[in-house]
Every structure is written in C-alpha cells, then in structure tokens.
Write a protein that binds this ligand. Structure first.
Ligand SMILES: Cc1cc2nc3c(=O)[nH]c(=O)nc-3n(C[C@H](O)[C@H](O)[C@H](O)COP(=O)(O)O)c2cc1C
Length: 235
C-alpha cells in the first residue's frame, strides 16, 4: 500500500517555522495540476492564519496555523463536494510525502476575508505546516475524535466472496479520513460490480464519499464514477 496512506494522520499543532520555498512551490504546482484535471479552483494561501481565525464551528484545537489551502470550485459543478474530497486526498497524500502535516477543517467561513469569487463555493480548508512529534493536546483531540476504525465487513455489503482487488481497495479505505470520523461511506459488491454510496445527511458527507473513493482507487487500481452510488471500473 502507498506509505502516505498509512502514515497520514490529522495534525493540529504546527511548528512556528514556515514551510520552505521549495515545499511551497511543490504544493502550488500540484494544486495547479489538480485544478486543471478537475475544474476545481483550489488555492494556496501562505499566510492564511488570519483567515483561519475567522473559521467558526470547527472542532479540534489548532496551534500555529499559517499556510492553508482553500478547497473551492464552481458553484454549478454538480460533483463539487465529491471532487473536493477526491482531489484533496491526492494533494494531502503528496504533502504527507513531503514530510509536512495536514488537517481538514470544515466549519463556516467569513467570505469577505478570503479570495472567493461570487460563482465559487468554498467547502473547507486544509491547514498545512511543519510538524514535530504529536503533542499531548493533539493526542487528546485525536482520541476524542477518533473512534475505533471500522472493519472491512462493516463497510461493505456483498452477496459474493470478495476478490483480491476489492480487499486491496477496502484496506486502503479503512485509512481514509472522514469528518468527525464517521466512516459512513458504504461499498457494495454485487453481480461482480462494485459501487460506493453514503447517506447524505450532513454537509461533509459527499466530501467523505470522494475521499473514500480515492483511497479505494489507490488500493485496487482503477477509476470510480463521480455520483453517490457511482461504479468502480478496474484498470
Ligand atoms: C471533510 C472533513 C472535515 C473535517 N473537519 C475537521 C475540523 O473542522 N476540525 C478538526 O479538528 N478535524 C477535522 N477533520 C479531521 C477528522 O476529525 C479526522 O480526519 C478523523 O477524526 C480521522 O482522523 P485522522 O485524520 O487522524 O485519520 C475533518 C475531516 C474531514 C474529512
């Protein structure tokens, strides 16, 4: 399995030292590539700490947030939330490979403080920064938000034995982050067809669906259709 999948955990306490110019260039170049591929308009803010203070209702205790990535796209994109989850996970795994820490932050935003066009929607932000060993507070927040990881059997409904590729995909899904750690995305394997769906009753649910699909793709090697209930196609 890709090591960043196993290594990534949400980090909420960052070092005061800003990320380097080289790290920043890497992140911006990746954002540009992913925007091109997806039609999203994600944007890096080197000193987004001020805007971060405007975030309300987000849970977790954050320290020394400086750089953030705005996760946004066009309001009329029908797959917007799912794409944000899907492409953000690409971004976060690459940032994990750079040795930096990340955390998704949901909540509401004061749009006046952030560069968001009137035809765009900001779904969440990602805090990015240098990290050292997890602090006690971080460990406490993590144990409060991080319930037991569900098993593969709890995440997939199937009428037939699971082939190896489905098992590989599901193993990667178990590492997928989800808002409030609900791990709600469910997979179905019936008539040799695999699909993924979520009961969409919380604003972050379709984002969680995109994240889980991305993890499955990395584990099983193939491509999902966007939409709730979308089908997976093996490469
Ligand atoms: C869409 C989304 C929104 C999130 N929003 C917040 C947030 O506002 N505050 C926070 O502390 N963590 C937030 N998280 C992080 C989750 O709590 C975390 O991913 C989950 O508990 C699993 O832990 P892990 O990321 O360490 O594996 C969010 C995660 C996702 C996927």
């Amino acid at each position: 399995m890709r090591s960043a999948i196993e290594n990534r955990v949400s980090r909420r306490k960052f070092e005061k030292e800003p990320i380097t110019g080289w790290e920043k260039e890497n992140i911006i170049s990746l954002i540009n590539q992913l925007n091109e591929a997806s039609g999203l308009t994600m944007a890096f803010m080197e000193d987004g700490g001020g805007a971060f203070g405007k975030l309300r209702k987000s849970y977790g205790l954050f320290t020394n947030v400086r750089s953030i990535i705005l996760m946004k796209g066009k309001k009329d994109d029908k797959d917007l939330k799912e794409k944000i989850g899907y492409y953000r996970e690409d971004l976060v795994l690459a940032i994990t490979d750079l040795g930096l820490g990340t955390c998704w932050v949901g909540g509401t935003f004061d749009k006046d403080e952030l560069p968001i066009d009137s035809d765009e929607k900001l779904a969440c932000v990602v805090a990015v920064g240098k990290v050292s060993a997890p602090s006690l507070t971080e460990k406490m927040v993590r144990s409060a938000t991080h319930r037991k990881v569900k098993s593969i059997e709890e995440r997939i409904i199937s009428t037939q034995p699971l082939p190896q590729w489905v098992q590989n995909g599901m193993k990667a899904v178990l590492f997928a982050p989800s808002a409030k750690n609900t791990q709600k995305v469910m997979f179905k394997y019936e008539n040799n067809t695999l699909s993924a769906q979520i009961v969409d009753d919380y604003s972050m649910d379709l984002i969680n669906l995109g994240i889980a699909k991305k993890h499955f793709e990395i584990g099983a090697k193939g491509k999902f259709e966007f939409r709730n209930g979308g089908i997976f196609h093996l490469k």
